[in-house]
Design a protein around this ligand. Structure first.
Ligand code: FAD
Length: 490
C-alpha cells in the first residue's frame, strides 16, 4: 500500500499523528505541502503581499523537507488550489490513501470534505486524525453530554479526563522512527523545488530582523528559552515589557511543535514542585486553546456573529466617524499611549502581548464604539499567530458577546491598565520614543501632564503625539447605553 501525507498546519516531523499512522499502515509514504491559492490569493487581493506568515511557512516547509530527506524521504511542494492539487497528486502517485490531521475551521472542513469525496470517487481513502488539540471537540462534555460554554468547568473536566488516563495516554507522542524507512522520496527528477516567495507572489518581510525563526528548530529554541521561566509565568505574563510568555503561538499555529509536547512538559512541571504554580497557569492557557477550538466546532455561527445572539442587536458607530476612529486605532493614533504602543507592536512585528490584545480590543469596542468584527478582521490580517478560533474567542470575550466573556458593564480603563501593567512606561517608550522624556507618572495620559512637564519633555501634544480621541469616562457612559439593548432584548 502506498499513501500520501498532506501537511497543513502541522509542519513538523516528530509527534505527528497523520505521519505516524500513514507510516504504520503503508509500505511507502509520500509527503506533500500545498501553497494553497484559495488561502493565498485573498491575502494578495487584500494588499497583504508582504506577509510574515507566508515567509514563516516557507521557512518551515524548507526545514521539513530537509529533515525528511535525512530519513530518505522528502517533501513534494505544490502551488495551486489544494482541493484540486491533492486528488490529482494522489492519482499521479497511485496512492491508496491520503492521510492528514483534522482542521477545525469551517472553510477547511468544507475543503477537506470535498477532497475526501473526490478521492472516494477515485477509489482512494481519506484518513484524518486528532493532532492539533489534546481533546477532540466531543471528548470533553458536561454530565448531560452537552458541550461546555463556560471555561472553568470545561477546564476541570479536561483535567479530570487527563488524570483518569494517568496523564500519559493523551499526551503520548506519535513516534515515527520505527517506520522511517517507509518514507518515499519525491519521485520527480529534476528534484522538487520549493517556490520562492516571489514565485508565490509575496515580498520579503522583516521576519529575520525580528529574529522569528521558523520551523521545528525555531520552536525548540523558544521552548528551551521558556522552560526555565515557566515557574515565574504567573507573575510575569501580564507585563508587556517583561519576557514573560513563551512566544510559541506562531509555532502552535503552524504546528512546528506539537501541542502534546507542550502540554506534557506543563503537566509534568505541575507535579514537580518548583515550577508548579507557573505550570498550572500556562497549562490553563493551553486549555483555553482547546476550549476555543471546541466552541468554534460546536457553534460555527461565531465566525461572523455573536455567540450570544442578543448581542447582535447592538448598534455600533457607523459612517465617516467610525472609519476615522477605526483607522486611528489601526495606526496607533488614539492618544492613549499603551493602546498606541500595542498597535505599533502589532504593526511592526505581527505579535501583540496577550494583556495588550485585551486592552486594545476593549478600547476599540468600548471606548470607540466600533463593531468587534472590524477589530477581529484587522487582527486576522496582522497577527502572525492568527487563529480563527482563538482570535474570535478573544474578540467576543472583549465584546462581552462570547461564551464566558467579560461582563458588558466591566470596561477596562486604558489609563489604569497602563499604570498597572506598564508602570514605568518601559513598553510605551519602546514604541513611542517621542514620549520617552515624559516622567513615569504622566506617560500613561500625556494630556493630563502640566504644560511645563510637556515642555520640559519636548512634546507638543497634537503635533508630536495625538490628543486623546475620546474621553474614557464619557465613552464608558455611552457604551453602557449602547449595551442597554442587551438587557431589553430577552
Ligand atoms: P503564552 O502565554 O506563552 O501561552 C501559550 C499558548 O497558549 C499560546 O501560544 C496559545 O496557543 C495559547 N493561549 C494563550 N492564551 C490563549 C487564549 N486566551 N486563547 C486561546 N489560546 C491561548 N491567540 C492565538 O493563538 N491566535 C490568535 O489569533 C489570537 N487572537 C487573540 C485576540 C484577542 C482579542 C485576545 C484577547 C487574545 C487572542 N489570542 C490569540 C490569545 C493570546 O493572546 C495569544 O495566544 C498569546 O498572546 C500568544 O502569545 P504566547 O505564545 O507568548 O502565549
Amino acid at each position: 500500500e502506498k499513501s500520501l501525507v498532506w501537511f497543513r498546519r502541522d509542519l513538523r516531523m516528530s509527534d505527528h499523528a497523520a505521519l505516524h499512522h500513514a507510516l504504520k499502515n503503508s509500505a511507502a509514504v509520500f509527503c506533500v505541502f500545498v501553497f494553497d491559492t484559495d488561502i493565498l490569493q485573498p491575502l494578495l487581493d487584500a494588499g497583504l503581499g508582504a506577509d510574515r506568515r507566508v515567509e514563516f511557512i516557507r521557512g518551515s516547509v524548507t526545514e521539513l523537507d530537509l529533515e525528511l530527506r535525512k530519513l530518505g524521504g522528502g517533501l513534494l511542494v505544490r502551488h495551486g488550489p489544494a482541493h484540486d492539487v491533492i486528488p490529482a497528486l494522489a492519482r499521479q502517485l497511485g496512492v491508496n490513501a491520503v492521510f492528514s490531521n483534522h482542521d477545525y475551521e469551517p472553510q477547511a472542513r468544507q475543503r477537506d470534505a470535498g477532497v475526501a469525496r473526490t478521492l472516494a470517487a477515485d477509489g482512494r481513502a481519506w484518513h484524518s486524525y486528532k493532532d492539533q488539540v489534546i481533546f477532540e471537540c466531543e471528548e470533553v462534555l458536561t454530565m448531560a453530554g452537552q458541550p461546555f460554554s463556560v471555561f472553568t468547568p470545561y477546564k476541570n473536566a479536561w483535567m479530570k479526563r487527563l488524570a483518569a488516563a494517568d496523564g500519559s495516554f493523551f499526551l503520548k507522542p506519535y513516534p515515527i522512527e520505527k517506520y522511517a524507512a517507509r518514507l518515499a522520496p519525491p519521485p520527480s527528477s529534476p528534484p522538487e523545488k520549493i517556490p520562492s516567495l516571489a514565485a508565490l507572489g509575496f515580498k520579503k518581510t522583516n521576519l529575520r530582523e525580528l529574529k522569528i525563526a521558523p520551523g521545528m528548530s525555531g520552536a525548540c529554541g523558544l521552548l528551551e528559552d521558556f522552560m526555565p521561566r515557566l515557574g515565574q509565568y504567573g507573575q510575569s505574563r501580564d507585563f508587556p515589557a517583561v519576557k514573560g510568555p513563551s512566544y510559541l503561538s506562531i509555532h502552535l499555529r503552524f504546528g512546528t511543535i506539537s501541542i502534546r509536547t507542550l502540554a506534557r512538559l506543563a503537566y509534568q512541571a505541575l507535579h514537580q514542585g518548583a515550577a508548579a504554580g507557573g505550570a498550572a497557569i500556562w497549562l490553563s492557557e493551553l486549555i483555553w486553546r482547546d476550549f476555543y477550538f471546541m466552541i468554534l466546532h460546536h457553534h460555527p455561527h461565531v465566525a461572523g456573529a455573536a455567540f450570544k445572539p442578543e448581542y447582535d442587536a447592538i448598534r455600533w458607530e457607523s459612517g465617516e466617524r467610525a472609519h476615522s476612529l477605526f483607522l486611528a486605532w489601526c495606526d496607533g493614533r488614539t492618544g492613549y499611549p499603551l493602546v498606541d504602543a500595542a498597535m505599533l507592536q502589532l504593526n511592526q512585528s505581527g505579535y501583540m502581548h496577550n494583556r495588550l490584545r485585551m486592552v486594545t480590543a476593549s478600547f476599540l469596542i468600548k471606548d470607540l464604539g466600533i463593531d468587534w468584527r472590524w477589530g477581529e478582521r484587522y487582527f486576522a490580517e496582522r497577527l502572525n499567530d492568527f487563529d480563527l478560533a482563538a482570535n474570535n474567542g478573544g474578540w467576543q470575550w472583549a465584546a462581552s458577546s462570547g461564551c464566558d466573556a467579560q461582563p458588558y458593564f466591566r470596561i477596562f480603563n486604558p489609563i489604569t491598565q497602563s499604570e498597572k501593567f506598564d508602570a514605568d512606561g518601559k513598553f510605551i517608550r519602546r514604541y513611542l520614543p517621542q514620549l520617552s522624556a515624559l516622567g513615569d507618572r504622566h506617560i500613561h495620559a500625556p494630556w493630563l501632564a502640566p504644560a511645563q512637564e510637556l515642555e520640559r519633555a519636548g512634546i507638543r501634544l497634537g503635533q508630536d503625539y495625538p490628543l486623546p480621541l475620546v474621553q474614557h469616562d464619557e465613552a464608558r457612559k455611552a457604551t453602557l447605553q449602547r449595551y442597554a439593548v442587551v438587557k431589553t432584548v430577552n
